[in-house]
Design a protein around this ligand. Sequence first.
Ligand code: URA
Length: 238
Amino acid sequence: MRLDKLIEEQFHTPRKTMKRLFQTGQVYVDGKIERRPERNVEGALHRIVVQGKQLQTDDVYFLLNKPAGVVTANHDQQHPTVIDCLASADQRSDLYAVGRLDRDTEGLVLLTSNGQLGYALMHPEKAVTKCYDVIVNGCLTKTDQAAFAAGVVFHDGTTCLPAKLTILSAQEKRSQAIVQITEGKFHQVKKMFLSRGVKVIGLKRTAIGPLTLPKDLATGHYRKLTQKELESLVEYFH
Ligand code: URA
């Protein structure tokens, strides 16, 4: 969470006093004076000390194996949402999903109350790699691989960044592949294959940056990020 918000919550610090705390070097993160009020901090990753008192944060981080049929939203009139997948004790109004998956897409969703982390992970400049297992209704070839590597052009002329296509099996009416992309356009993977003349009939996200879908996390299940997984994201806290 934002460092100034944390201090305000814990010390009820007025705006003017807050400014002075930072200006006079009374805010420390990992032993160094921190001058940025907007700094994203996490008590499990950083040692946050203000006027000699160590502060803890209360953000949460969950990995969900999203089932098909569930929408990546906080509320929906018609369909269950990713928030509905959580036990009521874990549902918080400030939770949100980092990176949208279509309703029929399965797989890894990071749910967090730390909005700054989500923003950093999705920022185009960061070019975080997202991995998908894909099944399409046609035969993938080396030409498709080359087109992905060069940057697929959608039917509307939009050009994608270079992506990696690994073909696992290829038959006339069904191919399996792994796709790695570093951006997040609307329906991106489906549109990439459509522009190659095949339709995606199965899509599952298996990784977002250093986070991978745990093999033992059944569809529809979720768990907290482990300390190691949280540490793997440390470069996105800044
Ligand atoms: N690309 C898609 O087309 N759909 C998703 O859900 C994710 C990536």
